[in-house]
Ligand binder design. Structure first.
Ligand SMILES: NC(=O)c1ccc[n+]([C@@H]2O[C@H](COP(=O)([O-])OP(=O)(O)OC[C@H]3O[C@@H](n4cnc5c(N)ncnc54)[C@H](O)[C@@H]3O)[C@@H](O)[C@H]2O)c1
Length: 321
């Protein structure tokens, strides 16, 4: 199959592109290589892919709708895996327009390009657990109300789901939206807490712990995610269907457990600075994954302790730390 992957130089996108080429698919990766975090990491992820004869890359901002449309028409993919976005909850407080460009304009531009490219049979795209907002009742189900986002990031991801539902209704474009829950692992994202904690502990610096550590996250190891993303892309879906799935570890753990796993992997205790809750954050995420388990045999099999060890091993090798 020919698959266009947006955000291919990103954390999840680069893992997905590697897995898809490994399955014999031809992948055209698209990414703007923006500097939200160090573009050198994005280049290193692409370098891993450059040895793959089935991988091609095009540097492009997906919000450039005419250019994306022309590229999609020329490549004529069977499937699109759309992972490019402005990620991060906290950054959306200071840089709201980056979210409007990549997540609203960018998502619409991908939808437009896909609906005008007759070869495209299915689009898989990234949503987020953040659409659930702040809530006490857990686990979160796909049928739960999602009308109270706590950050602009969450609001743009919910808007993406609504735009996708509309394109399915209007044009029959078959789609699957994935609500990712705190994905972590090797080649991860430098703005995420597990990366910041590992970096600080290794450097002997204190870590900042928000809401006095009273947070619970449904951490999800990247390999568990990728296995299922590949299945969804390969399976496609019937024309005229739009399905949303949670994809999470389904084992929510207090932040202190995650910190303890990092301390153990690094072999050093963290000095903690306790801080209040950050605007935009939620205290808890928790995924009900029964729909994904039923339809795609999904199961998160990686224990946090093992996943964190794999991340810390990678981090130390990558940075020679
Ligand atoms: N990692 C997680 O825990 C998590 C959780 C929920 C949702 N998600 C979603 O999953 C997707 C992948 O996330 P990730 O963690 O790999 O993030 P990432 O930032 O590592 O990857 C996103 C990639 O998209 C690219 N990009 C951003 N705007 C672009 C644009 N306008 N045009 C072209 N490329 C652009 C970036 O350069 C980056 O390489 C995103 O949609 C994100 O919102 C991730």
């Amino acid at each position: 199959m020919k698959i266009l992957v947006t955000g291919a130089a990103g954390f999840i996108g680069s893992h997905a592109a590697l897995a898809l080429t490994g399955r014999g698919h031809h992948v055209l990766g698209v990414d703007s290589l923006n500097d939200y975090y160090d573009p050198a990491l994005k280049e290193s992820r692409l370098a891993r892919l450059s040895g793959q004869p089935l991988f091609e890359f095009e540097k492009l901002d997906i919000a450039e709708d005419a250019a994306l449309g022309a590229l999609m028409t020329k490549y004529a993919p069977d499937r699109v895996l759309h992972l490019a976005a402005q990620a991060g909850v906290r950054y959306s407080i200071e840089n709201p327009m980056a979210y409007a460009r990549s997540n609203l304009l960018g998502h619409l531009s991908v939808l437009e390009a896909a609906r005008h490219t007759s070869s495209v049979r299915h689009l898989t795209y990234a949503s987020s657990s953040s659409v659930y907002g702040e809530r006490d009742d857990a686990p979160f189900r796909e049928t739960d109300p999602v009308e109270t986002p706590m950050s602009l990031y969450a609001a743009t991801k919910r808007a993406d789901e609504l735009m996708s539902a509309t394109y399915c209704r209007l044009y029959g474009l078959a789609q699957t939206g994935l609500r990712f829950f705190t994905v972590y692992g090797p080649w991860g994202r430098p703005d995420m807490a597990y990366w910041l904690f590992t970096k600080a502990i290794l450097a002997g610096e204190p870590i900042k712990v928000f809401n006095d550590g009273n947070m619970e996250r449904d951490f999800t190891y990247v390999d568990d995610v990728i296995r299922t993303v590949v299945k969804i892309v390969e399976a496609g879906a019937e024309t005229g269907t739009h399905t949303l799935y949670n994809i999470g570890g389904s084992d929510p753990r207090p932040l202190k457990d995650f910190i303890a796993a990092i301390e153990k992997a690094v072999g050093r205790k963290a000095e903690k600075i306790m801080l209040p809750m950050q605007p935009g954050d939620v205290t808890r995420t928790s995924a009900d994954v029964s729909a994904l388990a039923r339809d795609f045999d999904y199961a998160a099999t990686t224990r946090i302790e093992d996943g964190v060890q794999a991340f810390v091993d990678w981090y130390q090798a990558y940075f020679k730390a």
